[in-house]
Design a binder for this molecule. Structure first.
Ligand code: CIR
Length: 269
């Protein structure tokens, strides 16, 4: 999940993959998953990588009625112990939320929770955090009313929010972008431009990656300084290695097949 700083990544939830996963939505990077066993193996490797690097992982049960339920990032936005439960932007995904919300409300005892009403829509996958500066994608899943709800939460903390229009050939902001550290943003050429981000705080950097590695721009930075990356994206690896970061590669082929990236598969809380 992209709304916590590196030092806040101590605990995460993931959700098991249902047998119905072959019916998951796929319109962008993926052509639809075909091998549920392989997807489960890849998710297990993902969980092991998190655990091996100091993150305590809780697994929620799969929901057979919701093929996309493993993509928990979209369902809850946790910021400094507060939580926004967005109304997800795709109707088929709305009912995935209650078990995730219930778990987080218990785990984050006394958490201040807000929900969205009316026509507001947002997927958590449209948000990234660079220190205390937030970016939100205005996308096919996240609308202006959803962005207003997020703004209200961030106003409480005094954090700035900048809006980025997501091009039609991408699903979410996190589909094409991530913050492997609290001072770096990985961005693909051909999707976004420097003006989308505006002036970054001193010491922060946009790292441009060739467009053919757009999927690889989604990474998970870990508190120990290592970065989880999808296997098969050499320019992403090199950019991180050049900056002194160690990478952990995860085979994401059957998760990518459903347009899912590394951050989509967990919520840090
Ligand atoms: C969907 O289309 O909603 C899922 N198949 C993929 C969701 C990926 N989530 C994310 O980028 N945060």
């Amino acid at each position: 999940m992209a709304t916590v700083r590196l030092d806040q990544k101590k605990r995460a939830i993931v959700r098991d993959i249902p047998s119905s996963y072959t019916k998951a939505l796929a319109r962008f990077f993926g052509t639809g998953p075909t091998n549920v066993d392989l997807a489960r193996q890849q998710q297990l490797a993902y969980v092991h990588a998190l655990e091996a690097n100091g993150v305590a992982v809780h697994r929620l049960d799969a929901d057979e009625a919701h093929p996309d339920c493993m993509f928990v990032e979209d369902q809850a936005v946790v910021v400094d112990g507060h939580m926004l439960l967005p109304t997800p932007g795709h109707p088929s995904r709305v009912a995935e939320q209650p078990p995730i919300a219930d778990f987080l409300m218990q785990a984050l005892e006394g958490v201040q929770t807000c929900t969205m009403g009316g026509e507001a829509r947002m997927d958590g996958g449209d948000i990234i955090r660079l220190g205390n500066l937030f970016f939100v994608g205005r996308s096919s899943r996240t609308n202006d009313l959803g962005i207003v709800s997020l703004q209200s939460l961030l106003d409480f903390f005094g954090y700035e929010l900048r809006v980025i229009d997501i091009p039609d050939h991408a699903l979410h902001l996190t589909s094409i972008c991530s913050t492997p550290t609290d001072t770096m943003v990985l961005v693909p050429e051909g999707y976004l431009s420097p003006s989308d981000f505006g002036q970054l705080p001193t010491g922060c950097e946009l790292i441009w990656i060739p467009s053919e590695e757009a999927y690889g721009c989604n990474t998970i930075g870990l508190p120990n300084g290592k970065v989880m990356v999808a296997e098969g994206y050499p320019a992403v690896k090199k950019a991180l290695h050049d900056r002194g970061l160690e990478t952990i590669e995860i085979d994401m082929s059957e998760i990518r097949a459903a347009d899912g990236s590394l951050t989509c598969c967990s919520i840090f809380y």
